[in-house]
Design a binder for this molecule. Structure first.
Ligand SMILES: [Mg+2]
Length: 218
């Protein structure tokens, strides 16, 4: 028997609609740094990231032996990062200012695949950073959630994520959504898989804000 995917946060039908446009943002590597603090934590565990492909598993090695860390070991380190996110995961450069301006013209929703049990901790971290926009943490497909959001709205919808497969799944479920790739840390850029043909790419939040403004109309 498979268990039902877990979700934490406000139900889709309870989200306020104040603006015509909707901006749906992944959190790790888009709103909060993930790779940089993950590497810092790896160092504390005597390991280092050597990106040779677009994944963590197999690319993290023990500094002492050179052996790759197992998937379960990496999962445990990721859970530690989420447990300690309030002191380890700072906002991505420029995000508070950009979202402050964009929130005048679009509703903003955070959509994270982080384990929903860490919801309260992440909520406090975002609130403390002045990023009090609603957040849904879910194990469901982001494509399904974005399609539900689109069904309730008439205006333009923009989806931003650092993982190309998430952009692709949203494109399949909701082809009208504008897709933007943004990844705060640069180490994986040489190994980035192909983006969906319609997706744009931003190097930082200054770049992302300009693209989003052009899409949703200023
Ligand atoms: Mg992410």
């Amino acid at each position: 028997m498979t268990s039902k995917p877990e979700t934490a946060g406000p139900p889709v039908d309870s989200l306020p609609q104040r603006n015509n446009a909707l901006l749906v943002l992944d959190v790790d590597e888009v709103v909060l740094e993930f790779i940089t603090p993950f590497c810092r934590l790896l160092d504390e565990h005597g390991a280092r990231l050597h990106p040779e492909s677009f994944r963590l598993t197999g690319n993290v090695r023990s500094i002492a032996t050179g052996a790759a860390l197992s998937g379960p070991r990496l999962d445990a380190i990721t859970q530690q990062l989420y447990d300690e996110q309030q002191t380890r995961q700072p906002p991505v450069a420029g995000v508070e200012e950009a979202l402050g301006r964009l929130s005048q013209m679009a509703d903003i929703l955070f959509l994270t695949a982080m384990t929903p049990s860490h919801y309260d901790r992440r909520r406090r971290l975002l609130d403390d950073a002045g990023l009090a926009f609603p957040m849904i943490a879910t194990e469901r497909s982001k494509g399904a959630v974005v399609a539900e959001l689109c069904a309730r709205r008439n205006g333009p919808v923009v989806f931003v994520d650092d993982l190309p497969p998430n952009l692709a799944v949203v494109h399949r479920s909701a082809p009208q959504v504008r897709l933007l790739h943004l990844m705060a840390n640069e180490v994986f850029r040489p190994h980035l898989p192909a983006l969906p043909a319609s997706a744009a790419s931003a190097r930082d939040w200054g770049d992302a804000e300009a693209i989003i403004r052009a899409w949703i109309g200023d």
